[in-house]
Write a protein that binds this ligand. Structure first.
Ligand code: HEM
Length: 479
């Protein structure tokens, strides 16, 4: 008998119903099921979810084993099939050689120098949006910050990676994502993919068709105005197979553009929305962020090089991604038997890795539900396993856009903090909705207050009496 076969067979886990296991509970409250399993049964918990069996793992060493050290033994789980049915087989959903090839094609678009270049696009999109908000404070009405952040991150992804705009689709695409996120997200915990011709399914099909047309629009525009650029879309379009010299088919190109639209817009937008929520609920953190911003920026609009001097800003965003990770959970399927935490994991079984649960375990994070950016001070970060904090996943399938997202989120928060304070609308209770991503179920109503940045002293070169805080968008765009 080999070492794995002789291992203790199955760890304990929630009992669930005879055939369905915890499937009905998952449909109601997946995060609750995962959290209770981790707290009650320890670092490896057995889960039977309908016909599927697997383990929830919450020990950082086991997570490193699955995502990194023994990553070759794992594929994305059949739950990704639901995503594949909608997205197709692309960078997010594919495996092995095909995945590696797509990853290599896209990777240069995310290199450090390239990101420094697209940061200018991010900063100017943030300034445009902040200027558009000028009328909000005077109305006293709440705005839906979730909606506003979706709009802004869509603009950034489309301009920075796809070098264009969505033309007539810009105003409808966000609603299409909502329909798709809900349909696919809810289907994760159903036995099949809901394809009965109900009104809901027809809405899903219509949303899918709309996104297809939006992607075709972006590609057609680029072909019409073929320009020399080194953005992601150019890389995807000009990639050639080393052996055959052939480019990507149009169908494959569409899959990848759709993947980047989905993965790039929605997640970063949610990271921002939850950050505004947390800042609204914790005025002392917001005040410290404002002080840092005023001291460092002294009224000038934030640009990429400033980020290195705004450490508290980064700590706030890291802490927000801990409490509300937009990619709240993901899963793998074992290709061969493996061992996890002393238990045998049989071939074909699933492994659930749930950042939302991992990031709130009391043994890893004292007082886990408290919003405390200090957890990400250099000292505290150094004393923790890297695998206790995985908002972007880990190992070879780690998010390709993680630096892109972090730079974008920092620039957007810095730009808005300089001009506005956001207050959570009275009576609002956050209700995190775990679909493909972690959305606020009722949106994010917030009241916008105007803020004047505190200036240390006029910048050298500023005329006496003139404010260094420039509100005009065009003058801020100047180098
Ligand atoms: C706060 C923002 C973001 C979060 C929390 C996030 C999270 C994640 C996570 C957890 C994964 C790994 C999933 C798994 O292992 O199964 C992933 C993969 C991926 N992300 Fe992100 N992401 C973010 C932003 C972005 C952006 C801005 C882009 C593109 C512009 C992007 C593109 C992708 C792609 C293409 C993959 C698949 C990579 C591969 O398998 O090689 N993401 N993301």
């Amino acid at each position: 008998m080999n070492a794995i076969a002789s291992m203790r067979r199955v760890p304990p886990g929630p009992r669930g119903l005879p055939i369905l296991g915890v499937l009905p509970a998952m449909r109601r409250d997946p995060i609750g099921v995962f959290m209770n399993a981790a707290l009650r049964f320890g670092s490896v918990a057995y889960l039977k979810i309908g016909p599927r069996r697997g383990y929830l793992v919450t020990n950082p060493d086991d997570i490193r084993h699955v995502l990194q050290d023994n990553a070759r033994n794992y594929h994305k789980s059949p739950l990704y099939e639901k995503l594949r049915m909608f997205l197709g087989n692309g960078l997010l959903t594919s495996e092995d050689d095909f995945w590696l090839r797509q990853r290599r094609i896209a990777q240069p678009a995310f290199h450090r120098q390239r990101l420094a270049a697209v940061a200018g696009v991010m900063a100017s999109a943030a300034r445009e949006a902040a200027a558009r908000w000028e009328t909000f404070p005077s109305t006293g009405q709440s705005i839906d910050v979730d909606h506003e952040m979706m709009r802004l991150t869509r603009t950034v992804v489309v301009r920075a990676l796809l070098g264009g705009d969505l033309g007539p689709f810009a105003s409808t695409i966000d609603e299409a994502w909502t329909v798709i996120n809900q349909h696919v997200g809810e289907s994760f915990w159903s036995l099949g993919f809901d394809t009965l011709p109900t009104a809901k399914y027809r809405r899903f099909q219509a949303a899918r068709a709309l996104l297809g047309r939006a992607v075709d629009h972006v590609i057609a525009e680029r072909r019409r105005h073929a320009t020399e650029t080194d953005d992601l879309l150019s890389m995807l379009m000009s990639a050639r197979d080393e052996e055959t010299g052939e480019g990507m088919t149009d169908a494959q190109l569409r899959v990848e553009v759709l993947t980047f639209l989905l993965a790039g817009q929605e997640t970063t937008s949610l990271a921002l929305t939850w950050t505004w929520y947390l800042l609204g609920r914790h005025p002392h953190v917001r005040q410290r962020l404002e002080s840092e911003s005023d001291d460092v920026l002294n009224g000038h609009a934030p640009e990429y090089p400033d980020l290195a001097r705004l450490p508290y800003l980064r700590m706030v965003i890291d802490e927000s991604l801990r409490l509300y990770p937009p990619a709240w959970g993901f899963s793998r399927q074992a290709l061969a038997d493996d061992e996890l935490g002393g238990f045998r994991l049989p071939r074909g079984w699933l492994v659930f890795i749930v950042p939302h649960v991992l990031h709130r375990l009391p043994q890893l994070w004292p007082d886990p539900d408290r919003f405390d950016p200090e957890r990400f001070s250099p000292d505290q970060t150094a004393s923790r396993s890297k695998f206790a904090y995985i908002p972007f996943g880990a190992g070879p399938r780690q998010c390709i856009g993680n630096q892109f997202a972090l730079i974008e989120a920092q620039l957007i928060v810095a730009t808005f903090v300089q001009r506005y304070r956001l207050h959570v609308a009275s009576g609002y209770q956050a209700d995190p909705w775990p679909l493909i991503t972690l959305r606020p179920r009722l949106g994010m109503p917030m009241i916008v207050e105007r803020r004047e940045a505190r200036l240390k002293q006029p910048d050298r070169g500023t005329e006496p009496g003139a404010s260094a805080f420039r509100t005009d968008v065009h003058s801020q765009s100047e180098p």
